[in-house]
Design a protein around this ligand. Structure first.
Ligand SMILES: *[C@@H]1O[C@H](CO)[C@@H](O)[C@H](O)[C@H]1NC(C)=O
Ligand SMILES: *[C@@H]1O[C@H](CO)[C@@H](O)[C@H](O)[C@H]1NC(C)=O
Ligand SMILES: *[C@@H]1O[C@H](CO)[C@@H](O)[C@H](O)[C@H]1NC(C)=O
Length: 341
């Protein structure tokens, strides 16, 4: 699924001219002396070349950039939805792993599944890779047949394949559901208030080249080796990340999926899916926008209260049991007044 691209590297001008004209030697110079001088010159040239390459960050061997290869691998599972007949207002793509079955159940029972909000159709799908364990694989195939909401492809399902997982979702939208007005990408440990999100998207009234979430405009690669988010200079040579939205939850207009899919192959591959998305958006010159003047995306979590959660879009670090109890509390509080802020 990944290919290695050797960038055309131009070595630029050599610091030392390689054309060394043999000098006119006086008759008394012996051949041995000439050979010694040539040897010294070769050492000097070699030394200068070494210095030149060591001073250049992009040396011969560091200059390979890995790029994402689209259109690779077949889908193992496709959900049952006809986007052409019944276009979605919002398609929610949830990155999930085989072990998170309880989280998927909780999401289906709460904010996920299929909903109609203000007359708009919303449907949630789960993105999965492949497990090497046959029993687990069978269980997920069965779950998919039952719920018809799993999108699965044949890549190893590990955390650092999240970019592949996200791009699988983008590819699915591009091929099977380009009619979706909006797409959200989020995770299995997120609470999403689809009602408030729909309300804000309708109010915003943006239909193309729209991208929103928790904006990260000044992020730098972490270069300390023992950090979970360590990224080497080899993986990402630049000192700053492009603007991106936290991968915990971002929302974009449907057209962005096809555009991102289109440029994805020409963007250097990075395992951090939200940064990869940021690189694609930078290439497309799509600017990130706030959805609302107040904060609505909470990638660092937020303690629950019904009034608080009525006015948020997404909150991180939610366990399956919490998802169920928060959702019930919200449903039970419909019509109740909240104090004005
Ligand atoms: C991601 O999936 C690909 C394709 O299955 C695999 O070759 C690669 O090793 C996986 N990446 C990681 C970090 O395991
Ligand atoms: C949304 O924008 C379109 C034009 O982009 C405009 O015609 C329409 O009236 C707007 N709707 C609302 C509710 O603001
Ligand atoms: C994909 O890229 C090509 C070439 O850059 C462009 O002509 C085409 O319109 C793009 N398609 C989409 C859907 O953005």
């Amino acid at each position: 699924m990944l290919t290695t691209l050797w960038n055309d590297f131009s070595l630029g001008i050599y610091p030392v001219a390689l054309v060394l004209q043999p000098e006119v030697h006086p008759a008394q110079e012996t051949m041995a002396y000439v050979k010694m001088r040539l040897l010294y010159i070769s050492f000097f040239v070699l030394g200068a070349l070494c210095l030149y390459f060591s001073m250049n960050n992009f040396s011969l061997f560091k200059d390979e950039l890995v790029v994402f290869k689209k259109e690779n691998g077949k889908f193992l599972q496709l959900p049952d939805v006809d986007c052409r007949q019944h276009p979605l207002f919002l398609a929610v793509l949830v990155t999930s792993s085989h072990a998170q079955m309880l989280a998927r159940l909780a999401i289906r029972d709460t904010w996920g599944g299929e909903k109609v909000v203000r007359g708009k159709r919303i449907k949630t799908f789960f993105l999965l890779g492949r497990s090497p364990n046959q029993d687990i694989e069978k269980a997920v195939a069965k779950e998919g047949q039952q719920h018809r909401d799993i999108i699965q492809k044949d890549f190893v399902d590990v955390y650092f394949n999240l970019t592949l997982k996200t791009m699988m979702g983008i590819e699915w939208i591009h091929h099977f559901c380009p009619q979706a007005a909006f797409v959200m990408k989020t995770d299995s440990d997120m609470f999403v208030n689809v009602y408030y999100l729909t309300e804000l998207l309708l109010k915003k009234n943006r239909t193309t080249r729209f991208f929103t979430g928790f904006l990260k405009l000044n992020e730098f690669p972490i270069r300390s080796k023992y950090n979970k988010w360590f990224v080497s200079k080899y993986e990402y040579p630049w000192d700053k990340y492009p603007p991106f939205c936290s991968g915990t939850g971002y929302v974009f207009s449907g057209d962005v999926a096809s555009q991102v899919y289109n440029v994805s192959e020409s963007v250097p591959f990075i395992k951090l899916e939200d940064v990869f998305m940021g690189l694609c958006l930078a290439k497309l010159k799509i600017r990130l926008q706030e959805l609302h003047s107040k904060q609505t995306f909470f990638p660092n979590g937020l303690s629950f209260s019904t009034c608080r959660f009525k006015k948020i879009v997404a909150c991180h670090f939610i366990k399956p049991q919490e998802m169920v109890s928060y959702w019930q509390a919200l449903e039970n509080s419909v019509g109740e007044e909240c104090p004005a802020e």
